[in-house]
Design a protein around this ligand. Structure first.
Ligand code: 3PY
Length: 266
């Protein structure tokens, strides 16, 4: 089963990706085919317009079918803030869709981080339920193979994006099974009482961003950050971030229309 994001992690290469905020299989496929440099496409069911069911599953299938023998890993950001046992069904739907990883917003305690890991792992490692008729086919494996493949390869990513999350960041990073601390600079800024990044965060917020990066690497975990342009992403890659989105579908579309019109209208 192809897992380009995990391959980049294992090779210690920066994994660049794109944020998908609008659903639809042809839209998802076009994004996935846009560049051989893409390691991942994240389907945003938190703030995007993609419904978790069945929208995320359709997009995961479209992304994984887009590029023969390769292409980006499809990831899903679930809608829930934090996650408790009552919302862990969202992780189940995301993973049953065949996603190679799940991103959980606003994780701020060790307890939440541990619950998330348990929701992502089949027993005996965790409490994930089995039953999807789609997940194994999406990974190109049989059902018994999927149980072990999923447990070993699904990337578990949590967003550090509020004051409490920053306070507990070292302990969250140390939780066994958490693969990536993903910084949300917008929520982090407003949670700390600062304006959102424009395009860069306030210097005080930037100090905290660097602290999260160090905490992740200190625990031998990967660190990711949301960016809004290729040049901002290049800067973050030089700083040592492991996983970075270069743009979003909607951002890229508006930018391309504006650029082409500016060239046309003299
Ligand atoms: C944030 O910056 O708050 C994010 O979660 C990325 O959209």
């Amino acid at each position: 089963a192809t897992h380009t994001l995990l391959n980049a992690f294992k090779a210690n290469k920066t994994a660049f990706g794109v944020w998908l905020t609008t659903g639809g299989i042809f839209h998802a496929r076009t994004v996935a085919q846009a560049s051989p440099h893409l390691s991942w496409v994240l389907i945003d069911c938190e703030h995007g317009l993609v419904p978790l069911v069945p929208g995320a599953a359709e997009c995961v299938a479209a992304i994984h079918g887009a590029v023969p023998n390769g292409g980006p890993s499809a990831l899903v950001r679930i809608p829930a803030t934090g996650v408790s046992s009552s919302t862990s069904w969202q992780i189940k739907y995301a993973l049953d869709a065949g996603a190679r990883g799940v991103l959980v917003p606003m994780v701020s305690t060790v307890e939440k981080a541990k619950e998330i890991v348990s929701d992502c792992r089949f027993p005996p490692a965790g409490r994930r339920g089995f039953g999807s008729p789609f997940a194994h086919g999406n990974w190109g494996v049989t059902v018994p193979e999927y149980l072990t493949t999923a447990n070993a390869n699904i990337c578990i990513m949590v967003q550090i994006e509020n004051e409490e999350g920053v306070k507990n960041v070292e302990q969250i990073a140390a939780v066994d099974g958490i693969d990536v601390l993903f910084i949300g600079p917008y929520d982090l800024s407003i949670s700390l009482g600062y304006a959102p990044p424009n395009p860069d965060p306030h210097p005080d917020v930037e100090k905290i961003i660097q602290k999260v990066l160090q905490a992740a690497h200190g625990a031998s975990k990967k660190c990711a950050i949301f960016c809004s342009s290729g040049s901002q992403s290049a800067k973050r890659a030089k700083e040592g971030f492991d996983m970075i989105n270069v743009t979003s579908d909607m951002g890229a579309m508006a930018e391309a229309i504006s650029k082409n019109l500016a060239e046309a209208v003299q």
